[in-house]
Design a protein around this ligand. Structure first.
Ligand code: CAA
Length: 704
């Protein structure tokens, strides 16, 4: 008997208990253990029914994702489920926590499913670039109906137990809170009342209904063309469910599912999505900080500034149930800021995301003030004022006198030196950067900027709070622009060079969206407003190397009042009330004139060159960031780019992309660019070294 699955008996019920922490993933040992325990239960003459349940916090939360991409080990999960389904004794899945992926598939192989009310079930494989490959696409439609199964399988949604009961996935919603008690009570009822049920594989009624009207397949494919653009597995999921209707029998349906599963497994997107799954969790682990270190409690927060960023940050706290005081310098600005927050909430309420009562509840957690002294009770204060060192130093100087001892003092700066800010406070150990991305209540990235003297406890608190606010926190060291904006600058500079050399903004944007970014850099610029970049460039005027190539096209747009969407024109033009960017001949003329003024003969630049230059620029700067210790690991950079800048999740992130392309190829590309433009390109030493060794960023990171 394996040590992760055990067999025991209580009265007439055999209990098959899985104990494979943390989430009871169905690893090889669990699969073998299930088969052995099943055989033992079948052989146990005292057991009239068998209950399968999970020990610890959950039922089986899915296949062991760490096994993906390796040689599959016997027994396959599908075989385990077939044996459960055809066992000569009644089998019952007793579910708590989550029954996900292979976990729900095991449950669907049982004759009955009972769950505690807090449980959730789902088939989230699509989020990992695959499809349910152990019968899920064949069995779920048989219990929940084809339309519901399609919705669940293509979104990967975790369905709460009461809804799963309504959908027919569960046979019983238990009143018990303890899963073992729930399983035993239901199993005893099955025996006492002689309840019987057909194996799911033999239930064809819902498939027959679906065969009568197959329009749902065309509808879902059309929907996915928009919502799953560029993705491979969602479409294979639909094909697999359709096979349940078309295959001559259940076994043939399983076979088709297996073929489609394998196609997904072999697709490069699967590897990228799984890198992203683990990456999201990896960034929370901070090298050098004791695992058991506890952060401080944040029961009340303060935000300085009620502008776009401050308002969005305040909303994050209010959404997480933490009261927050927002301080402004004038009543006017405060009223405007609070009004904007309410308006945002009301839009969400109109879209059905909140009730009116929830809007009031959230607004009730936000208190406006004109006096910094009102922040004296806050456990964490985030400054979101104008991006100027002078202004920030003044604010933090005052905060030192006001904030209570141990309060975390954070700046939402996106470029400035956190150490200089910390130096004004007399308590630099409590100071750090918490860089939210706009709109702060929506974007998931939080760059947590660790100053030279930031304490481990302060860092831990910021990361914990980030998680509570629903963010992915990534730690960055201090440098101009931190991880994300520092790389963005290099990439955008290269794109601006391409404009002068021969490309047009819509060509650059098209190349980047074809790769999978939701928007290209110029459409993003119009959304954010071209005034921000303009101000930044003026800030840099004094220190810019005069020999550096400077592209003035964006300055010309600014001078002509083209500030982006808000003025109806920027890199593109916009029609009234419409955010769709339209290529504009005036912009083209400005660009052609800029090339001519510098005596540049424009050349054709194709999408491949645009993309290669963009990605190589990111990777090269990423390598420098790693070398300098600004990011701990390549995966931190990948997550910054995914959650802050829309890097396609299935491509993993720039550093993962580079590893997959081969670092020698990346170096060869950069050397080719450098031969023509040595001022702006030189291969980062770490990248050069790893390429020469035939290594990868991932291997380098593992060896650190
Ligand atoms: N395989 C291996 N490890 C897993 C795992 C899995 N399926 N699910 C979670 N883990 C690991 C996490 O990496 C994490 O490890 P660390 O502590 O070392 O970082 C740990 O378990 C805890 O996970 P979370 O931090 O995510 O814990 P949570 O409580 O926030 O969430 C969860 C729990 C909802 C189960 C979430 O982990 C999750 O969504 N997991 C993935 C579920 C999934 O996709 N299942 C389908 C797998 S594919 C499949 O089953 C294919 C098939 O058809 C056979």
């Amino acid at each position: 008997m394996s040590n992760v699955v055990s067999y025991s008996r209580e009265g007439e019920i055999g209990l098959i208990t899985i104990a494979n922490p943390p989430v009871n993933a169905s690893s090889q040992a669990v699969r073998q253990g299930l088969l052995d325990a099943l055989a033992q239960g079948v052989a146990d003459s005292g057991a009239k029914a068998l209950v399968i349940l999970g020990d610890g916090r959950t039922f089986i939360a899915g296949a062991d994702i760490k096994e993906f991409g390796k040689t599959p080990l016997d027994p396959p999960l599908g075989e385990v489920i077939n044996q459960i389904e055809t066992a000569p004794k009644t089998t019952i899945a007793a579910i708590h926590g989550t029954a996900l992926g292979g976990g729900l598939e095991v449950a669907l192989g049982c004759r009955f499913r009972v769950a505690v009310r807090s449980a959730k079930v789902g088939l989230p494989e699509v989020l990992l670039g695959i499809l349910p490959g152990a019968g899920g696409t064949q069995r779920l439609p048989r219990v929940a109906g084809v339309d519901n199964a399609l919705e669940m399988i293509t979104t990967g949604r975790h369905v709460p137990a009461p809804e799963a009961f309504e959908l027919g996935i569960l046979d019983e919603l238990s009143q018990e809170t303890d899963v073992k008690a729930a399983g035993l009570a239901f199993a005893n009822r099955v025996i006492a009342e002689g309840l019987a049920s057909k194996p799911v594989r033999d239930r064809d009624e819902k498939l027959t209904q679906a065969r009568a009207d197959r329009s749902v397949f065309a509808e879902i494919r059309a929907k996915l063309e928009k919502s799953a653009r560029g993705l491979f597995s969602p479409f294979r999921c639909v094909d697999a469910v359709e096979a349940a209707l078309d295959a001559p029998d259940f076994v043939a349906g399983l076979k088709r599912e297996r073929e489609l599963f394998q196609e997904c497994m072999d697709s490069p997107q699967r590897a990228g999505l799984i890198h992203s799954f683990f990456g999201e969790r990896e960034v929370a682990k901070i090298p050098g900080i004791p695992k058991d270190l506890k952060g401080r409690t944040v029961a009340a927060a303060g935000v300085i500034g009620a502008g776009t960023m401050g308002g969005g940050i305040a909303m994050c706290f209010a959404n997480a149930g933490i009261p927050v005081t927002v301080v402004e310098t004038s009543q006017d600005a405060l009223d405007r800021g609070l009004g904007k927050i309410r308006a945002n909430y009301e839009i969400s309420a109109r879209r059905g995301r909140f009730t009116d009562a929830q809007v009031d509840e959230r607004m009730g957690r936000i208190t406006g003030s004109l006096d910094l002294a009102d922040l004296k009770g806050a456990d964490m204060i985030i400054e979101a004022v104008f991006e100027s060192m002078e202004v920030k130093r003044e604010v933090f100087g005052k905060l030192h006198a006001i904030a209570k001892p141990g309060a975390i003092l954070a700046s939402n700066t996106s470029y400035l030196n956190v150490d200089e800010i910390a130096a004004t406070t007399g308590r630099p150990q409590d100071v750090l950067g918490m860089h939210f991305f706009s709109p702060a209540n929506v974007m998931k990235l939080l760059e947590v900027v660790r100053g030279a003297q930031t304490s481990d406890e302060t860092l831990r608190t910021a990361l914990d709070i980030g998680k509570k606010l629903g963010k992915i926190g990534v730690v960055s060291g201090v440098c101009d622009g931190f991880i994300g904006n520092r790389m963005l600058k290099i990439y955008k500079t290269q794109m601006d060079y391409l404009l002068e050399d021969g490309a047009l903004p819509w060509e650059v944007d098209a190349a980047m969206t074809a790769f999978g970014f939701p928007m290209g850099p110029y459409a993003v610029g119009d959304l954010a407003g071209l005034d921000i970049g303009y101000m930044n460039r003026r800030r840099e005027d004094a220190t810019r190397d005069p020999s550096e190539r400077y592209v003035a096209i964006a300055d010309t747009l600014y001078d002509r009042g083209r500030l982006g969407q808000k003025t109806g024109s920027g890199w593109y033009r916009y029609e009234d009330g419409n955010r769709k960017p339209i290529p504009d001949p005036e912009v083209e003329a400005i660009i052609l004139a800029a090339s001519e003024e510098k005596g540049i003969t424009r050349r054709p630049i194709d999408a491949d060159e645009i993309l290669t230059r963009a990605l190589c620029a990111l990777v090269n700067e990423g390598a420098r960031i790693l070398e300098e210790g600004i990011a701990f690991r390549p995966v931190d950079i990948d997550m910054v780019w995914q959650f802050g800048y829309g890097f396609p999740r299935y491509e993993g992130g720039p550093m993962f992309w580079a590893d997959r392309r081969g670092l020698d190829r990346v170096v060869a590309d950069i050397e080719r660019f450098a031969a023509k433009d040595p001022n702006s390109w030189s291969v980062a030493p770490l990248l050069k070294k790893l390429a020469a060794e035939g290594s990868t960023f991932k291997a380098w990171s593992a060896a650190q």
